[in-house]
Design a protein around this ligand. Structure first.
Ligand code: PLP
Length: 409
């Protein structure tokens, strides 16, 4: 028996962080590597939010707060859920944690018993399966097809449900595909869920505000109030407010679940940072107009990336509708030979080729449970982004693929 616990050996280190480390190493060697792996907006936290935090420090808001968040922040969260999502919650139905990540972790730890299953539509955010494993459960991966825009269909959902299913994790807008569920798609899933009262839903809404092309965000709990008590709404200020470093996320759900999660949090981190909580109040209550301008910049970048990738031999790229990722297929690259004579047999081989020969770091689809794809983040300076995409295009052209493999949508 080793000193390190088995549960640590059962999970993988974050592949996105691994790629970032590899890119950093090459940069340290003097290479001009552009990273397309960022999971956070490249914008600053808006000035009024930062000012609020400075004021909080000056005002001495530097002590422990209530474990589950200050009453003022919970009030702002309840107001946000009512205003933006037409969802009524009372403060005992809210838990504030150190990011949406801790909310999800608390929820799984608070509910999963050995053998419980959690349905995770693939491609998925890298952390979901490992969080389920740490909690002692079994991730049940539900593969979603490109033809369905990588979204879960009622048929795939129903097939994945067993008597052991405890949760379904839904994430819209999606990391890694940028897909957004429509009202009709969610209603169809709700219909299936109504027939299986033992299945609960973790609704990861963290990219709610980052939407394009007049897409509207819909919450399952709003669309079907009968499911509300079985849904934990997971959200936070990280992405929409460019506050990833502040570590404020929140969950809204049944009071018994929230109480259990609070108990766990009281014996782990206690409250999230007191200063960040003050800043989060300003984020939720303050002006929201900066988001429109930022989404416009993201959209222009998305258009740029999709255009270049669809002109790149071997790649096919869907138009993402939200978040700041695209998930191009590289099926057309599989089996291709590099100028150095290496055969590219997987998306990992392809990502390695791009890093080694084009100085561009991307995350292979295998990390998100669906291959052969790449996840490309466009949360970086537009000029750099364009250079990186052109480098990818040139690298693919060097593979000398037949023109029959040219991308078409
Ligand atoms: N959920 C998804 C889908 C994410 O992509 C992320 C961050 O990358 C999180 C949750 C975690 O958010 P936070 O930074 O608030 O913990």
């Amino acid at each position: 028996m080793g000193f390190i616990a088995d549960r640590v050996h059962m999970i993988k280190p974050s592949p996105t962080l691994e790629i970032a480390a590899k890119a950093a190493k090459l940069r340290a060697e003097g290479r001009n590597v552009i990273g397309l792996g960022a999971g956070e907006p490249d914008f600053d936290t808006p000035a009024p939010i930062r000012e609020k935090a400075i004021q909080a420090i000056k005002d001495g808001k530097t002590r422990y707060t209530q474990v589950d968040g200050t009453p003022e922040l919970k009030k702002a969260i309840c107001a946000k859920l009512a205003r933006e999502n037409s969802l009524e919650y009372t403060p005992d139905q809210i838990l504030v944690s150190c990011g949406a990540k801790q909310v999800l972790f608390n929820a799984l730890l608070a509910t999963i018993n050995p053998d419980d299953e959690v349905i995770i539509p693939a491609p998925y955010w890298v952390s979901y399966p490992d969080m389920v494993i740490v909690a002692g459960g079994t991730p049940k991966i539900a593969p979603c097809a490109r033809e369905d825009d990588f979204k879960l269909t009622p048929k795939v959902l129903e097939k994945a449900i067993t008597p052991k299913t405890k949760w379904l994790i839904l994430n819209s807008p999606s990391n890694p595909t940028g897909g957004v569920y429509s009202k009709e798609e969610l209603l169809a899933l709700a219909k299936v869920l109504m027939a299986y009262p033992h299945v609960h839903v973790l609704s990861d809404d963290i990219y709610e505000h980052i939407l394009y092309d007049d897409m509207v965000f819909h919450s399952l709990a709003t669309l079907n109030p009968k499911l509300k008590d079985r849904i934990l709404v997971v959200n936070g200020v990280s992405k929409g407010y460019a506050m990833t470093g502040w570590r404020i996320g929140y969950g809204a759900g049944h009071p018994d679940l929230i109480k259990a999660m609070k108990k766990l949090q009281s014996q782990s981190t206690s409250n999230p940072c007191s200063i960040s909580q003050m800043a989060a109040i300003e984020a939720l209550d303050g002006p929201q107009d900066f988001m429109e301008e930022r989404n416009r910049i993201f959209k222009d970048r998305r258009d740029l990336v999709v255009k270049i990738f669809n002109e790149t031999p071997g790649l096919i790229c869907q138009v993402s509708k939200g978040a700041f990722y695209v998930y191009p297929s590289c099926e057309g690259i599989m089996g291709a030979k590099t100028p150095e004579g290496k055969i590219l047999n997987s998306d990992t081989d392809f990502a390695d080729y791009l890093l080694d020969s084009a100085d561009v770091a991307v995350v292979p689809g295998v990390a998100f449970g669906l291959s052969p794809y790449l996840r490309v983040s466009y949360a970086l300076d537009t000029k750099l982004l364009e250079t990186a995409c052109q480098r990818i295009k040139t690298a693919c052209e060097k593979l000398g693929l037949p023109s029959s493999r040219m991308a078409s949508l």
